[in-house]
Design a protein around this ligand. Structure first.
Ligand code: PMT
Length: 219
C-alpha cells in the first residue's frame, strides 16, 4: 500500500509522441510509446495526486484513480490542452516526445506519387515545455531530455532555457533506455544536485522521479 504523499496535489503530465499531418493518410511522428508518461501517471495516482494526463497517440491505457486522460494528436493540440489546465497545476512533468517541426501546409488530398523526389517544407512547432516555463507561477516544472550526444551538457542547457526545476536525462546510447522499451536509465538534475540511476522498469523509474520531486517540494 503506497503512502498518499501527493494527496491534494494536481499533476499535469504530457506523454507519448505527437503526429504532424502531411496529408490525410501520412504524418511525421516518432517512436514514443507513451509508457514513461503513463507509468508516471499511475505512480502519481497511487500516491494520491489528481493527474491530468495529456497524451499523443499511444495504445497505453492508464490504470488508477483520479487520472483524467486527454488525447491529442499534434503539438499544437497538446499545447492548447496543457494551457486549459496549467493554472490549476502544482507539478508539471513533460515526458512527451513533441515533434519540433510540422509540415507548413497539410495537403487536402492524398499526395500522389509522381516525381523522383518530394520536398515537404517544415515549420517550427511551439515548444510546450518552454511556454510552461515562461508562464510558471507556483508550478514545480520537470522536463525530460532525450539525447544521443553531449548528453549532460544538452540536458543542462534545456534546464536553463526552459526555466525548469528538474530535468530527467535519458540517452539513446544506453541500451534499454528511451523509447518503447519497458525499461529506462536516467539521470536527474536540479540546480544543485545530480543523481544517477541504474537501468530499471519504467514503473520503478517513475517512482525515482516522483521521490525526487517530493524531496524538492516537501522540503
Ligand atoms: O514514451 P516512451 O516510449 O516510454 O519513451 C519515453 C521517452 C523516451 C519519450 C521519454 O523518456 C522522453 O525522453 N521524453 C522527452 C522526449 C523529447 O522530446 O525530449 P527533448 O530533449 O527533445 O525535449 C526536451 C523537453 O521539452 C521534453 O520534456 C519535451 O517534452 C519538451 N518539448 C520538446 C519540444 C517541444 N516542441 N515541446 C516540448 O514540450
Amino acid at each position: 500500500n503506497t503512502k498518499k504523499t501527493l494527496e491534494g496535489k494536481t499533476i499535469l503530465i504530457t506523454a507519448g509522441p505527437t503526429y504532424e499531418a502531411i496529408d490525410p493518410v501520412r504524418f511525421i511522428g516518432n517512436h514514443s510509446s507513451g509508457k514513461m508518461g503513463f507509468s508516471l501517471a499511475e505512480e502519481a495516482s497511487k500516491r494520491g495526486a489528481k493527474v491530468i494526463l495529456i497524451s499523443g497517440p499511444s495504445s497505453e491505457k492508464p490504470i488508477g484513480k483520479n487520472i483524467e486522460l486527454h488525447k491529442v494528436t499534434s503539438a499544437k493540440e497538446m499545447l492548447a490542452k496543457v494551457f486549459e489546465f496549467y493554472d490549476t497545476v502544482d507539478i508539471g512533468i513533460a515526458s512527451a516526445a513533441v515533434a519540433d517541426y510540422a509540415p507548413k501546409e497539410v495537403a487536402k488530398e492524398k499526395i500522389k506519387k509522381s516525381d523522383d523526389s518530394l520536398t515537404i517544407e517544415l515549420v517550427k512547432n511551439p515548444d510546450i515545455l518552454k511556454t510552461m516555463g515562461e508562464k510558471k507561477t507556483r508550478q514545480f516544472l520537470v522536463g525530460f531530455a532525450l539525447e544521443t550526444q553531449n548528453e549532460e551538457e544538452n540536458a543542462k542547457a534545456k534546464f536553463e532555457k526552459k526555466n525548469l526545476d528538474m530535468i530527467v536525462l535519458n540517452s539513446l546510447r544506453d541500451e534499454g533506455a528511451g523509447f518503447k522499451n519497458d525499461t529506462n536509465k536516467i539521470k536527474i538534475f536540479t540546480s544543485t544536485e545530480k543523481k544517477e540511476f541504474d537501468l530499471k522498469s519504467k514503473e520503478d523509474v517513475a517512482k525515482d522521479i516522483l521521490d525526487c520531486i517530493e524531496a524538492q517540494i516537501l522540503k
